[in-house]
Design a protein around this ligand. Structure first.
Ligand code: IPE
Ligand code: IPE
Ligand code: MG
Length: 241
């Protein structure tokens, strides 16, 4: 049995999703502005990426900015967009060394020009990397993704390229942002909230969920390993007896 950090690597999830929540509360507890929590949270992102890569996890999807997060104060939105740029610029060499492939899901064309450019560059630079696939969910909402995919299918039907009978699970999968990717096996959410907040709604149909009260900036490697260990002990039945 291949082991790493005491975990049976054969039983690890192929795809992990993370709802990185609690940055604002982390800052509030310390009488700091919310943005200080986002900055601190970037350190946890590094840990999550590194640890996932080390363990041979194939896909890590990080929920970084939701379609609903645009409703936050402009200053906070700007800060988050700048933080994304800063993260990608600072980390790109190391990500490259670690063989990480960067991808994005969501309505990324809504991002400010600089953020979109930096993201597209990072995707292009790492496109041939065969290690961890790091999906950054940006301006992402599960419902929005489903709407966009159905609309694109409808155009094809209208043009006579697809018949309504062709629409099945596989076809819908092909039109989602996560096309050609496995569904998330495990979704982790920090900060004590027990909801999906519009994350991977279609893909998460049978995901195992793992919640912790820990705020995202405090989420440690030890706790991530704990979540993974719990996952290896779960029994997934997919509706079967
Ligand atoms: C998660 O932390 C980061 C994003 C949603 C971008 P929050 O900013 O939601 O932190 P809380 O939930 O207010 O503590
Ligand atoms: C979910 O967190 C979105 C991200 C982590 C990017 P939120 O803080 O936006 O979710 P709600 O508002 O508590 O549901
Ligand atoms: Mg939150």
């Amino acid at each position: 049995m291949a082991q790493k950090y005491g975990l049976d690597t054969a039983k690890l999830p192929v795809h992990v999703g993370m709802i990185m929540d609690g940055n604002g509360r982390w800052a509030k507890k310390r009488n700091l502005p919310r943005i200080a929590g986002h900055r601190e949270g970037a350190k946890t992102v590094r840990m999550a990426v590194k640890t996932s890569g080390e363990l041979g996890i194939k896909v890590l999807t990080l929920y970084a900015f939701s379609t609903e997060n645009w409703k936050r104060p402009k200053e906070e939105v700007n800060f988050l967009m700048n933080l994304l740029v800063e993260y990608l610029v600072k980390e790109i060499d190391e990500l490259q060394q670690e063989n990480v492939r960067i991808c994005s899901i969501g309505n990324v064309t809504d991002l400010p020009k600089k953020a979109l450019e930096t993201l597209k560059n990072a995707e292009k630079k790492t496109v041939n990397n065969k290690g961890l696939q790091l999906n950054l969910a940006l301006s992402y909402g599960g419902r929005d993704e489903i709407v966009r995919s159905f609309r694109n299918i409808a155009y094809k039907v209208k043009d006579g390229l697809i018949s309504p009978e062709d629409i099945d699970h596989d076809l819908i999968n092909e039109y989602l942002d996560t096309k050609n990717q496995p569904d998330p096996d495990l979704i982790i959410r920090t900060s004590g909230e027990m909801r999906l907040s519009n994350f991977l709604l279609w893909q998460g149909a049978y995901s195992e969920l793992w919640f912790t009260d820990t705020l995202w900036p405090d989420f440690s490697k030890e706790e991530y390993l704990q979540a993974l260990e719990d996952f290896t002990k779960r029994q997934r039945r997919f509706g079967k007896a």
